[in-house]
Design a protein around this ligand. Sequence first.
Ligand SMILES: Cc1cc2nc3c(=O)[nH]c(=O)nc-3n(C[C@H](O)[C@H](O)[C@H](O)COP(=O)(O)OP(=O)(O)OC[C@H]3O[C@@H](n4cnc5c(N)ncnc54)[C@H](O)[C@@H]3O)c2cc1C
Length: 494
Amino acid sequence: MIGAGPAGLTAAFELAQTGLNPLVLEASPHIGGISRTHLWGANRIDIGGHRFFTKSADVQRLWAEMMDEPMLQVPRLSRIFYRDKFYQYPLQIPNTVGNLGLFESFLMFASYVRMRLQPELPEDSFQSWVRNRFGDRLYRTFFKTYTEKVWGIPCTEIRADWAAQRIHGLSFFTAVLNALRNSGKVKSLIKTFDYPRLGPGMLWESCARKIEKLGGRVVTNARATRIHHESGRATAVEVEHEGKTHTLRCGEVISSMPISTLVKNLSPAAPPMVLEAACGLRYRDFLIVALTCRKPDIFPDNWIYIHSPEVRVGRIQNFRNWSPDMVAEGTGTVLGMEYFCSRGDDLWTKSDADLVELAKSEISNLGLAEKSDLGLEGHVIRELNAYPVYDAEYRPHVDSLRAYFHGFSNLQTVGRNGMHRYNNQDHSMLAGHHAALRLLGRPELDPWEVNTERSYYEEQVLSSDKKHSATEILASEKAPPSPKEEISNLKSQI
Ligand SMILES: Cc1cc2nc3c(=O)[nH]c(=O)nc-3n(C[C@H](O)[C@H](O)[C@H](O)COP(=O)(O)OP(=O)(O)OC[C@H]3O[C@@H](n4cnc5c(N)ncnc54)[C@H](O)[C@@H]3O)c2cc1C
């Protein structure tokens, strides 16, 4: 397995349980990939705030097997901050209309009607997709600024796929209906989500320990630098570890490193067309500035989306509201100021001291914290390749790479950057799970079919109660569930 993030560790966990001895190579010193928990003294920083949510019974099972203690049930509150006002999220009619004013609300509705009568065609960009469903004014208020902060490119250059994947099933009318339903019922806004007591890294560190207990190995500071191949088979992986290069012969490879790097690391080199596709993929980077705050109850949200265009910060996490155990004793809370950026740009290249200063002045300018309540020190974590970019060209590039890797019989590429797909942890886990089972003789389980579209994903939920864990698959060896079992499975789902 290349990469000790959710995809690589899930694949290794499933394989280790069948008696195999998987080896996981991790380039960084950390376990968990983007889903790790970073230590800053006795404070714990989540790289973005990872909500645990899944519709897959397989992923639920894996979480329970990997963790040593039950997850917390965390009440959720996240609001949008725009032009000095908080908007409940999901929207509530009195709050939204109160903030916008009657006249602006009317203009929003009129703009929605106009777009319905004269939709923007072709509907191929994020902008056209959202405007056609919500109208131009609502798009500008609630979608444009934040989305452009995240991606660093105009919404006209972001593919409609991303909107379809993230905002699927929502339109102006469903938003208003939801808002009407929510109005006056503040409780219904505060849903809960699962969260490990010590952050997401707790799950992945526990998973790595279990893999090792079962006879596998997870090696950090081990970067895969070259993949040798012959006749459609990976034959060896070169690894840099502690200043030396090792060549490891391999039977099967599951890679979660960025697919573009994987292509560039192949030996012999991939065909020029494939290399060209790999070079065409783009990533968005991310950094989080952690600040301590003397006051524990600075705001009640887990996180706040900052739509205000006058500041660079995109989102603010309040880690005490995720789990009090994330915060060191004697500290009120730890805030995570999230900045979306691209390596080499003015944010990425700022010194840590300047970023801490920027974060402090932005949070106080927004009126969300007094500078005098913030600790002197801050801490910066930079994350390369945090987001695979869905720009106008990414789709044909990804299709070419997918087709090329289908030509390999023992090399599978999985995960968020491994498939250049906007995955949550559960999608990456399912991709790793599918790759492990495919390797064990289930060719119908294709990691590339995870998180393609909602309808497929919902089918997954139904089918996942079938025997899908690696050990169960081996034990049952293709004995399909009887129709009676199928029906009882379905009944238990219902
Ligand atoms: C800001 C932010 C917020 C998020 N919030 C949520 C959330 O609320 N809920 C949720 O479920 N998901 C969330 N996610 C998504 C989640 O972080 C990812 O889906 C998940 O971590 C992807 O797992 P992965 O294994 O595919 O990739 P990664 O986590 O990227 O892991 C890949 C690993 O491969 C390693 N690697 C790369 N190259 C090499 C190499 N050459 N050799 C060896 N190792 C290598 C990397 O160091 C890394 O550890 C969020 C992501 C971000 C950026």
